[in-house]
Design a protein around this ligand. Structure first.
Ligand SMILES: NC(=O)c1ccc[n+]([C@@H]2O[C@H](COP(=O)([O-])OP(=O)(O)OC[C@H]3O[C@@H](n4cnc5c(N)ncnc54)[C@H](O)[C@@H]3O)[C@@H](O)[C@H]2O)c1
Length: 310
C-alpha cells in the first residue's frame, strides 16, 4: 500500500486505474485537467491542473507527498491532433511530470508507453523480427504518437541515468485498453464496439488484434509498484491479454492484414496473441484475469451477432 499520484486519472484508462488502485488499498491522488465524477470515491483525491505547466506540476507533486507516481496523461490516439502538437504535448508532459516526480522525491515512477512504438501499421510496410512480439522487438515508430511514446521510455532511461537506483522506474506498454462498460457495448477508444471489432477483423488488425482489460492493467500496476524495489530497474513491460481479440487463429489472420508475415505468424495457433505477456508473468507473477471470451455475453464460437450488445 502506498500513496500514488496518477496523471491523466480522468481518462479512459486513468479512471479504471485510479479506482482499481484505490480498491487495492492505495491512497490515490489523480491529476488531470478536470475531475471525473467516477472518482468521487473514498481514498481518491482529485486535483485539476495543466501538467504542461512545469512549475505548477512540480509544486503539486511536492504537496502530494506521494511515494509512487503513474504517468498516463497524454494525447492518447495517433493522428488525433497535428503531429507537432502530439510530439510537443507528450514529450513535454513526460519531462514536466517525470522530472517533477524525481525532484519531489517520489521513489517509484511508472510511465505509460504504447505497443505502437514497434511501428506496425506503417503504410510503407512493416515486418517484425519475429512473432510473438516482446520487449526485445525492435521499435520502429513511424508517427509522432509512437515516437513520443518511445521518447517517454527514453525520458525514464535518462532519469535513471541521472538518479541511479535511488529511484525505481518502469515503463509499460498497455495493449488496446477495454474498460468494463465496453464489454457491455459502450464504444471503445476507436469508436466501435468490442463485438464490432470481433465481427470485422479489419477493425482490430491495425492493433494486431491486441487488447487488455483495464482492470488487468490495474492489477499489473499494483504488482509493479510493489515489486519495483526488488526487480531490475527501468524495465519495459508489455501488458496484454492472454489471447488475441479475434475468433480465428492469428496464423491465419495476420498474413491477410500484414503482408509478408505468413512464416513468422505460423506459430500463432489457437488463441495465441501477437504480443507476449511472458515478461510480466516471469518478473512480476502477473496474469490477466479477463478475456473477451468470458467478458462478452456470448462466446464467439456460438456468437449470434444479433444478440451481441452494440
Ligand atoms: N487506451 C489505450 O488503449 C492505450 C493503449 C496504449 C497506451 N495508452 C496510453 O495510456 C495513457 C492513457 O490513455 P487513455 O486511453 O486513458 O487516454 P485518455 O485520452 O482517455 O486520457 C488521457 C488523460 O490525460 C489528460 N491530460 C492530457 N493532457 C493533460 C494536461 N496537459 N494536463 C492534465 N491532464 C492532461 C486528459 O485530460 C485525459 O483525461 C496514455 O498515455 C496513452 O498513450 C493507452
Amino acid at each position: 500500500m502506498s500513496r500514488v499520484v496518477v496523471t491523466g486519472g480522468s481518462g479512459r484508462l486513468g479512471r479504471n486505474l485510479v479506482t482499481g488502485l484505490a480498491a487495492f488499498g492505495h491512497e490515490v491522488v489523480s491529476l488531470d485537467r478536470a475531475p471525473s465524477e467516477d472518482l468521487r470515491i473514498d481514498g481518491v483525491e482529485q486535483i485539476s491542473i495543466d501538467l504542461l505547466d512545469a512549475a505548477a506540476t512540480a509544486e503539486t507533486l511536492v504537496r502530494a507527498k506521494a511515494d509512487s507516481l503513474v504517468h498516463l496523461a497524454a494525447i492518447a490516439v495517433p493522428f488525433s491532433a497535428p503531429e507537432d502538437v502530439i510530439m510537443r504535448t507528450n514529450t513535454g508532459l513526460a519531462v514536466s511530470v517525470l522530472g517533477g516526480a524525481v525532484d519531489a522525491g517520489i521513489e517509484r515512477i511508472v510511465a505509460a508507453s504504447s505497443p505502437t512504438v514497434l511501428g506496425y501499421g506503417n503504410p510503407s510496410g512493416w515486418l517484425p523480427d519475429s512473432l510473438p512480439l516482446d520487449e526485445e522487438s525492435t521499435p520502429r515508430p513511424w508517427n509522432a504518437y509512437a515516437l513520443s511514446k518511445l521518447m517517454i521510455e527514453q525520458t525514464v532511461s535518462m532519469l535513471h541515468r541521472r538518479t541511479g537506483d535511488d529511484v525505481r522506474y518502469a515503463t509499460f506498454r498497455p495493449c488496446y485498453v477495454i474498460a468494463p462498460e465496453e464489454w457491455a457495448g459502450a464504444p471503445t477508444q476507436q469508436g466501435h464496439t468490442v463485438a464490432e471489432r470481433l465481427a470485422d477483423p479489419a477493425l482490430s488488425a491495425p492493433a494486431l488484434f491486441n487488447y487488455v482489460d483495464a482492470r488487468d492493467v490495474a492489477s499489473f500496476t499494483d504488482l509493479l509498484l510493489g515489486a519495483l524495489p526488488d526487480i531490475p530497474n527501468a524495465e519495459v513491460f508489455f501488458v496484454g491479454a492472454d489471447d488475441a481479440l479475434a475468433d480465428a487463429p492469428l496464423a491465419d489472420l495476420l498474413p491477410r492484414f500484414v503482408p509478408g508475415t505468413g512464416d513468422l505468424a505460423s506459430g500463432l495457433t489457437g488463441t495465441a496473441p501477437a504480443f507476449s505477456n511472458a515478461k510480466a508473468a516471469r518478473v512480476l507473477g502477473w496474469h490477466p484475469q479477463h478475456s473477451w471470451r468470458t467478458e462478452l455475453t456470448a462466446p464467439s464460437s456460438t456468437l449470434d451477432r444479433k444478440d451481441v450488445p452494440v
